[in-house]
Design a protein around this ligand. Structure first.
Ligand code: GLN
Length: 544
């Protein structure tokens, strides 16, 4: 029996007022289920490597920031243990505690793509078939693009739960070019709001090529994903601020979107773009003549800012995390950082769906049916909303300017999986659906909160807060996350919950506050935190 072997100490003292939360027993049994999932041998221990292997099989990387504390705990167990490569149940508990929520989801196949190994194997097959296509031509309007090795091909995926797969040259940096445009637009929207932004740029496909010398009937660029519109969106980001600060700001946003990977910058690309920019200057003067820019815009600075954004360098791996952040409604899956509001992302995805793939946008919407943006460097950034983001990069372009292998990859992807937006009509036409079913094993956020609080999984709690969990919600016994963290001595969790403005003196059905629980457990650091928040807690008894 799972629970029989777990002594939580609650029954021995059942008649005394001090009590261990029922949830502590439940927590132990949840740990036991995970332990047994890794097939313990008769000595009741598991190879330490089996935990790492199980996480990797679920698509998580061991360098994932969410697993940092578990990595640290694993190292400390390894040094003090006689047989460092095995974990008994107690050690296993200590190792998984700080990252318990994500580890449980991974081991119980409750992440966005539950059968990740099968999914990754299909991606490899699709990658190999697209790699065979060597047609197309590398962009050569500037030497920096013309010199890129055309044979390169990288693909990377990241799900909204941070499951990752990288294929081929996924770690080779390339410059963003037009794949920077959706993000420039999002930053402008966040800062200036829809009304201001769309006073200066439309939201209609232009029906013309990306750098065509044309504006809409109001003398505005058709949309933010063609050159004129991206130049305009850039002009709305921190206008009047120092150029260096504006660029730093954009860099920082990209870094947050990519889960912490700092983008590079290709100065040669920037210099070449600027030197060969007659068309972009012409677009700029045309818009200025029409009075399209906000008052006081410096045209040359605005164009230079646009060239700088095009010259940012990322890898397919980090661009896949950016795409996953969009798929996840603006919250970066690996850091839990809310970078954009969901409303901003919704607008951006709408435009990517209709205008993201140059003159192929209509056909792309028809055949692939996903929001995407391509760039002349050979990148395609694609979003499967609420599931994943991915990036393909291969420099040879077709006549329209899209990556040949990128398009080939995406065509085969939607032939294999029911990712086309309208596959939802008629049940996917027999294609595979790798995503977690809506009702498949998701626990309530509050139940996860109680568990994470008692186990000390601060990162998990932060994510739950981003997902909108009510940190004050009491359970049936009137116990809150603060009670559970306090009674287990999780001072870092108590400190965090207090910064979130939780009620510091909730009273459970036995009349106890979190400070009472902490005193009983002799958790002095917690008592000090709670007393600091309230003055020594003396809560009114609640009648139950
Ligand atoms: N930077 C180039 C330009 O502005 C190309 C942008 C793109 O990827 N289409 O013309």
């Amino acid at each position: 029996m799972v629970t029989a072997s777990v002594n939580n100490g609650s029954t021995a003292r059942a008649d005394a007022a001090p009590r261990r939360p029922v949830t502590a027993a439940a927590a132990k049994s949840r740990e036991r289920v995970l332990f047994e999932a890794l097939q313990p041998d008769p000595q009741d221990s598991i190879p330490a490597s089996s935990l790492a292997a199980a996480l990797e099989a679920a698509g998580l990387r061991l360098d994932d920031p969410r697993l940092a504390d578990t990595r640290r705990a694993l190292r400390s167990v390894a040094t003090e243990h006689e047989i460092p490569d095995r974990l008994d149940f107690a050690e296993f508990g200590r190792v998984i505690k700080p990252s318990i929520l994500i580890i449980e989801q991974a081991l119980q196949r409750r992440l966005a793509i539950p059968e990740f190994g099968q999914f990754a194997a299909e991606l490899q097959r699709i990658f190999d078939s697209a790699a065979a296509d060597r047609s197309g031509k590398v962009a050569d309007y500037i030497p920096q693009l013309g010199r890129v090795n055309p044979e390169q091909f990288g693909v990377a995926f990241c799900t909204i739960d941070g499951q990752r797969v990288s294929l081929g040259d996924a770690a080779v940096p390339f410059c963003l070019q037009s794949t920077s445009k959706p993000i420039t637009y999002c930053i402008a929207l966040e800062e200036r709001g829809e009304d201001v932004v769309h006073r200066h740029v439309g939201c209609e496909p232009s029906g013309q090529s990306f750098n065509e010398l044309t504006l809409n009937k109001q003398g505005r660029p058709h949309n933010p994903l063609i050159n004129a519109g991206a130049i305009m969106a850039g002009s709305l980001i921190r206008p009047g601020a120092d150029m260096a600060d504006r660029f730093d700001h954009v860099l920082e946003m990209w870094q947050r979107l990519a889960g912490g990977a700092r983008p590079g910058f290709s100065n040669p690309t920037y210099l070449s773009e600027r030197r060969t920019a007659d068309r972009n200057f012409a677009l700029g003067y045309f818009m200025r003549e029409k009075g399209a820019f906000p008052e006081g815009t410096d045209l040359v600075e605005t164009l230079e800012f646009y060239f700088q954004c095009c010259s940012l360098e990322l890898t397919a791996e980090s661009l896949s995390v950016v795409a996953a952040t969009l798929a996840n409604g603006g919250v970066c899956p690996v850091t839990g950082d809310r970078v954009f509001q969901a409303d901003t992302v919704q607008k951006c995805l709408s435009l990517m769906s209709s205008c993201g793939m140059y003159d192929f946008s209509g056909e792309w919407a028809f055949r692939i049916g996903l929001p995407a943006k391509s760039g002349v460097s050979g990148a395609v950034m694609v979003v499967v909303p609420n599931v994943l983001g991915f990036c393909t990069w291969s420099p040879r372009l077709d006549q329209i300017g899209n990556s040949v292998r990128g398009i080939a990859f995406c065509r085969e992807l939607v032939r294999t999986f029911s990712f086309h937006h309208y596959d939802s009509v008629g049940g996917g036409h027999g294609r595979k659906d790798p995503r977690q079913k809506r009702d498949q094993g998701r626990r309530s956020l509050t139940v996860d909160l109680y568990w994470a609080a008692s186990e000390g999984d601060l990162d998990g709690i932060r994510r739950l807060v981003v997902s909108g969990v009510d940190v004050d919600e009491p359970d049936y016994d009137g116990r809150t996350a603060l009670h559970l963290a306090a009674s287990e001595g999780q001072s870092h969790v108590v400190a965090y919950l207090l910064t979130q403005g939780v009620t510091a003196t909730p009273v459970d059905r036995w009349g106890n506050t979190p400070a009472d629980d902490a005193r009983r457990g002799a958790h002095t650091a917690v008592v000090e935190l709670l007393d600091g928040a309230n003055g020594p807690a003396k809560a009114a008894r609640r009648s139950v």
